[in-house]
Design a protein around this ligand. Structure first.
Ligand code: BDR
Ligand code: CA
Length: 320
């Protein structure tokens, strides 16, 4: 496929019971994305995998198991990579708190949901054993998915779509030009971008427009126990501000999975800078084809902000 521009993605029909793996590092905005996904009947979540990102892999796994206990949901959880492929781990505890999910007293983690095998093995099993292709949603650093591609390259054929929250068409939130999930493991992102997996990217610039505003917080508080829990997490979350709006980066990946018509999408070649002294982790979306490379992703370039806010409230209303 050569460089071009097609916006057909926005009209895509969502299949019933789409098989999904969610690779995550909860993370306050991850927790909200997980709520929206778990309570949507169009999704059949086969597996959660965890990855070091917002905080250590032990902490994010514990957080995920707490969320599943809170909702009393039974989805297997596989522990993944505890560090990036080549670099020292970074974290975002300044945004999500030292536990990675500060702000709420959760019930004890559901440790019985842990699988015996590493996340990469469990992903492989789900992909290969399912009759239909599976969609992977990556809302943390891409380390597990890169390892999957290196260990089991045949998996590419079994992936319906990989939707990631990561990268930026504009500036960064970790470095001047780098978004956190990509900055955490640029080499993994490069492997994933070059894999030929059908890839859709929801980047930082779009996530910055996916806000929960103060007046919507008030509605959430009274909605249900999930709304109340989210409201508590928001008091601790530093992704945006309580006055101007809290940014639902990872929620955007689930919004795209379920209701892509709220996004404007373009096709592009994307790569990641791994060598730059000052720019490692920067994503280059070559929307105008300067590099003469084949298209390897769809990238969300805009979002209907009002529609997202409605979607978000409806998604949480469906939760317990
Ligand atoms: C991404 O970084 C993390 O802190 C969030 O959970 C999100 O996945 C935003 O840059
Ligand atoms: Ca995340």
């Amino acid at each position: 496929m050569l460089h071009g521009s097609s916006l057909k993605e926005g009209k895509k029909k969502v299949k019933k019971s789409r098989k999904v793996i969610i690779d995550t590092d909860p993370g306050i905005d991850d927790a909200i994305a997980i709520a929206a996904a778990l309570f949507d009947e169009r999704l059949d979540i086969k597996l959660f995998t965890t990855v070091a990102g917002n905080v250590s892999v032990d902490k994010v796994t514990k957080n995920l198991l707490k969320l599943l206990a809170f909702w009393d949901k039974e989805v297997p959880v596989a522990i993944g990579s505890d560090r990036p492929l080549l670099r020292e781990a970074i974290n975002a505890s300044d945004i999500h708190g030292s536990t990675g999910m500060d702000g709420y007293e959760f019930p004890e983690s559901k440790y019985e949901l842990l699988t015996k095998n590493h996340a990469v093995i469990e992903m492989y099993k789900v992909l290969m054993e399912s009759k239909e292709k599976t969609t992977i949603v990556g809302i943390g650093p891409l380390t597990n998915i890169a390892l999957l591609l290196r260990m089991y390259p045949e998996c590419v054929e079994r992936v319906e779509e990989l939707i990631i929250m990561g990268g930026s068409l504009a500036r960064g939130n970790y470095g001047v030009l780098s978004e956190f999930n990509i900055a955490a493991d640029p080499e993994a992102a490069k492997i994933v971008f070059e894999s030929k997996m059908p890839l859709t990217v929801v980047g930082l610039d779009v996530g910055e427009k996916a806000l929960v505003l103060p007046e919507e917080r008030a509605t959430l508080q009274k909605m249900n126990k999930t709304g109340d829990m989210i409201d508590h997490l928001f008091s601790a979350y530093r992704g945006g501000s309580l006055d101007t709006g809290l940014k639902m980066y990872d929620g955007c990946a689930i919004a795209y999975l379920l209701d892509p018509e709220m996004f404007e999408v373009r096709e592009s070649y994307v790569t990641v800078e791994t060598q730059g002294l000052l720019t490692a982790g920067a994503t280059l979306f070559d929307l105008d084809g300067y590099l003469g490379k084949e298209i390897n992703c769809r990238v969300c370039v805009d979002i209907d902000e009002k529609q997202f806010r409605r979607w978000f409230l409806e998604a949480i209303r469906k939760c317990d």
